[in-house]
Design a protein around this ligand. Structure first.
Ligand SMILES: [Zn+2]
Length: 467
């Protein structure tokens, strides 16, 4: 088994070789908490979840950081418009984010550092101080600190940029500030009136960090100076990740990240997602339309991360159908297997093709094709009564392994107390042959979103929606 990833830095497929196996240090850029995250953001977080879970299946111990950007222009503007203090304003979106990743069955990272945590601000100041000492950073006229990209020869390498465009001769005015070079970016922004109560003391006066230094500092403080994998969406490549490399390597003089993995854009019904086109969706928008977290997860997961994902409502309907096929197949296997011992020698259940596909730069579409091939083949065998209970049990075990990575299994919803109470009442009514009362209770149960079926073994309740 060997795993290969496409590294944005080298633009090549490379064998994955962590610094200190079986440990894998993984840094993933998280949300800016000024609003609810949208499905484009979640596409990236689900790709990273697939990456983490697959590495864990292959025996790696993943240490993951997912940061929260809770101070920047957007969060400050949002808190100002809402008339709320910044921490209170961002807290509601942090809470929403944690709820959303749970709905999408994304494994929580070990660390969710926020930029404004005191220890993180301290680390940012420490790194800026080092860059100042090395003359890689400078204090500009506006009292802000900038990174001098001319002092970092590798600047532009990740994004494969032509730096001549960023290196005009002479001094340029940009954003009303006098910077030495148009490409220089802010490490520390001097406080101004629009910042209101937001600001921290530093050796260069009151101010706040630039977005890029937040990630360099949190990565270094928690994971150390060198990490194995850094992920994000393609729109993070420049300037954000380029700047992270410049800052981190500028400080340490050593390579910051070994593998850069970026997920492609998500478009909706063939168009760029935008509020003005009415095709901008948060997770909550889709839940309100009646889709489940499991269905949305599937729709965001099934396209290989390096391909653009065209998110459509037809695609969601297909996701629902595919999940139904998996559910029905599992149910058939479970009915057949009953309590048989899995047949260890049954070849399809020993197949590693699903995981081998993921080894190949997380080729999820090939992995899912393998799953559906097995479903098709074994359904046919069951139609012909050619599958043995021990083989069905082995296939269920095989599915458990896949589901550790996919997280697509239907969750058995507990029957709510109110529904249970009504079921008991209905059973009593039926024993007394009070049929109209029984029907009235059934209608009441359906109003709560549950169906009830009468079987030989008694009543069976199931939720109306597939969850
Ligand atoms: Zn970042």
């Amino acid at each position: 088994m060997s795993i290969a990833f496409y590294n944005t830095y080298s633009r090549k497929l490379e064998q994955f070789q962590p610094i200190d196996p079986p440990k894998v240090k993984l840094y993933t850029c998280g949300p800016t908490v000024y609003s609810f995250a949208h499905i484009g953001n979640f596409r990236t977080y689900i790709f990273e979840d697939l990456l983490q879970r697959h590495l864990e299946t292959r025996g790696y111990e993943v240490e993951r950081v997912l940061n929260l950007t809770d101070v920047d222009d957007k969060t400050i503007k949002g808190s100002h418009n809402a008339g709320m203090p910044l921490p209170e304003f961002t807290q509601q979106f942090k809470d929403a984010f944690f709820e959303d990743i749970k709905t999408l069955r994304i494994k929580p990272a070990q660390y969710f550092p926020a930029a404004t945590d005191a220890e993180n601000i301290a680390k940012m100041i420490e790194m800026i101080r080092i860059l100042m000492e090395k003359d890689i950073a400078y204090l500009a006229e506006d009292q802000s600190i900038y990174f001098r990209i001319n002092r970092f020869p590798n600047y532009g390498k990740l994004a494969h940029l032509d730096l001549d465009e960023l290196r005009p001769s002479g001094r340029v005015r940009n954003d009303n500030y006098e910077k030495e070079n148009i490409g220089d970016f802010a490490l520390w922004k001097a406080w101004d009136e629009e910042d209101g109560s937001v600001g921290w003391d530093s050796p260069w006066g009151k101010g706040r960090p630039g977005w890029h230094i937040e990630c360099s500092a949190m990565a270094a403080r928690i994971l150390g100076p060198q990490i194995d994998i850094h992920c994000g969406g393609v729109d993070n490549i420049f300037p954000h990740h380029e700047a992270e490399i410049a800052q981190s390597e500028g400080c340490t003089g050593h390579q910051f990240v070994r593998y850069w993995l970026h997920s492609e854009h998500l478009i909706v019904e063939g168009q760029k997602m935008s509020k003005s086109l009415g095709n901008f969706f948060t997770l909550r928008d889709l839940l309100n339309k009646g889709y489940t977290g499991r269905e949305i997860r599937y729709a965001l997961l099934r396209v290989n991360y390096r391909l653009p994902l065209n998110f459509t409502f037809d695609g969601l309907a297909e996701a629902r159908q595919s999940l139904l096929r998996i559910d029905e197949w599992r149910q058939r296997l479970a009915d057949l297997a009953h309590d048989a011992t899995p047949d260890q020698e049954y070849a399809p259940a020993k197949s590693d093709a699903f995981f081998a596909a993921l080894d190949d730069n997380l080729n999820i579409s090939a992995a899912l094709a393998e799953l559906f091939d097995q479903i098709r083949a074994t359904n046919k065998q069951m139609d012909q009564e050619a599958l043995k209970p021990a083989q069905a049990a082995a296939l269920l075990k095989w599915w458990d392994g896949l589901n550790n990575v996919l997280q697509l299994q239907k969750s058995e919803e507990p029957i709510p107390a109110k529904v249970q109470e009504l079921l008991a009442k209905r059973a009593a009514a039926r024993t007394n042959k009070l049929w109209s009362e029984s029907d009235a209770i059934r209608a009441e149960i359906e109003q709560l979103g549950w169906t009830v079926k009468d079987t030989k073994e008694g009543q069976k309740a199931a939720p109306v929606k597939v969850h």
